[in-house]
Design a protein around this ligand. Structure first.
Ligand code: ZN
Length: 502
């Protein structure tokens, strides 16, 4: 058995190394590559990905996984986890017929260009035919993956392993019942909070310099990572010891850089926190998109938009920007960074309205995949849901149905993981707070080591060994994802800020 395990580990190591090399090329593409490099880079990436796929999907690996499945490793051991995770990935990679994979890859790369043009010209009709094909390809993929009763399960499983659509439905329905009326109540009192202080001119270099201070303080290790700029912020890693984050800086939108930095910093702390012995294996990194997002949202929102955090950092921020913020009180600043306003664009949405953008996409994807909604009717359905959830109607398709890149990249089943991350962040945080009751007081002193230590111990070090549901069970004792803690957090924070119920 030991020989078989070693053989599997050695074969998977090559796959992991190729994937990490691809990630490095991808990072470079979005940060420093000159535009002229695009065509050659696409070829290089295609070759590396083809090699990785070939090396991973061999019959030999299939046989080793089958032999090792009942080798008697302890469930919690790295060996058993490696076999579980590799089996899951292997099935995803092997279950799709090669002809379908090729068709998907060709369609999705074509769709990106069509989508960009359609969005620039605010014209959904240009994107309609290829989107219909993308929906059809996703249906074919789901059929190939297999599922029990809900086709959406097969697609969700790619991003949130093991999570069922019915669980997501239950959580989302509970959130919706409370968040929709809450947004309405806040909208009725919108003059309570003024965010104009955030929309003055802030020197870009000074914003960058300031952002590095909390990034370092929350625990991002610059010996094992770096930050650069990119058009769309992201986090990627090539090793536990080499994790890259990016941010973007706008002169007249103070919130973008600092909260983007904290968000990606949260993703990076997770990546830097895998146990050293998992480095270079399939078990390093985040276990699912939802758990990853729970880490980024935690540091961005629960910590980074808290009053305690700014009790410490606001006087320092005022020293960076005395002309802009010297006369703005901490309380006014705290309210400004937490302003709630229904808007068209998901990525710019505040903490409360953000989830409503996700419900809409989750519902529309299911309607498309089950044939209840025709692609031609999608823009109208989108706008109707925007009106019913957020009370606003996009003026054109670029600010509506065409705004996100996901569908043009072929990804369906991805969106719910954003809200799942929000919800999980509070399940985890409440447990941490029960263990370390003075966390807010620590934040107010600029100390984050105890919170990071808690996450290292309970979540990060495990890498991909456990699914989201297993991590929730192990840390909180809850039998799965629960909306209650997140709703309680939102209710309390925003009732306070907006003086609701007064
Ligand atoms: Zn994120």
């Amino acid at each position: 058995m030991n020989q078989k395990l070693q053989r599997l580990q050695s074969l998977l190591k090559d796959v992991t190394n190729l994937n990490n090399a691809s990630a490095l090329l991808g990072w470079d593409q979005q940060t420093y590559m000159p535009p002229g490099g695009a065509a050659a880079r696409a070829e290089q990436l295609a070759t590396l990905e083809k090699l990785a796929h070939q090396l991973f999907t061999t019959d030999e690996i299939g046989q080793l996984l089958a032999d090792l499945a009942d080798a008697g490793f302890e469930y919690d051991s790295d060996e058993a986890a490696l076999v579980r995770v590799a089996r899951r990935e292997y099935d995803l990679a092997r279950k799709l017929p090669p002809a379908l994979v090729e068709e998907m890859s060709r369609t999705f790369s074509l769709a990106q260009q069509i989508w960009q043009k359609a969005r620039a010209e605010k014209d959904f009709s240009q994107f309609q035919d290829i989107l219909a094909k993308i929906v059809d390809l996703n249906i074919q993929a789901a059929e190939a993956y297999g599922y029990d009763d809900n086709i959406y399960d097969a697609l969700l499983n790619q991003f949130e392993p093991g999570m069922k659509t019915a669980e997501v439905d239950a959580v989302f329905n509970q959130l919706k019942a409370e968040l929709v009326p809450l947004v309405q109540a806040i909208s009725a009192k919108k003059e309570t909070v003024d965010d104009s202080p955030l929309r003055q001119n802030f020197d870009e270099q000074a914003q960058w310099d300031f952002g590095l201070i909390p990034l370092r303080a929350i625990g991002f290790d610059f010996e094992r990572g770096r930050q650069d700029k990119s058009a769309h912020p992201f986090t990627t890693s090539f090793s536990v010891n080499d994790v890259r984050v990016t941010t973007r800086v706008y002169k007249d939108q103070f919130a973008t850089a600092i909260f983007g930095t904290l968000h990606e910093g949260g993703h990076a702390l997770y990546e830097q926190g895998s146990a050293a012995e998992l480095d270079g294996t399939m078990l390093a990194g985040g276990t699912s998109l939802g758990v990853h997002e729970s880490q980024s949202r935690l540091w961005e929102n629960v910590v980074g938009r808290s009053r305690a955090f700014w009790q410490f950092y606001y006087p320092r921020l005022q020293e960076f920007f005395p002309a802009q913020l010297g006369q703005v009180s901490l309380d006014d600043f705290y309210r400004a960074i937490n302003r709630v306003e229904p808007s068209f664009i998901r990525v710019e949405a505040d903490e409360v309205t953000y989830n409503l953008h996700i419900f809409l996409r989750f519902e529309l994807e299911q309607e498309l995949l089950t044939g209840r909604l025709a692609v031609a009717d999608l823009p109208a359905a989108w706008n109707a849901k925007m009106q019913s959830y957020l009370g606003v109607t996009p003026p054109d398709d670029s600010q509506g149905v065409l705004q996100d890149i996901h569908w043009s990249g072929g990804m369906m089943g991805y969106f719910p993981t954003y809200t799942l991350g929000n919800v999980m962040s509070l399940q985890f945080y409440n447990r941490a707070l029960a263990d370390i009751p003075d966390l807010p007081e620590q934040f107010a002193r600029g100390e984050f080591g105890a919170l990071l230590g808690w996450f290292r111990e309970h979540i990060h070090r495990h890498g991909r060994k456990y699914t989201a549901t297993e991590l929730i069970r192990r840390t909180t004792g809850d039998d799965g994802i629960k909306a209650g803690p997140y709703l309680a957090y939102i209710r309390q924070k925003y009732s306070d800020i907006y003086g609701l119920g007064e």
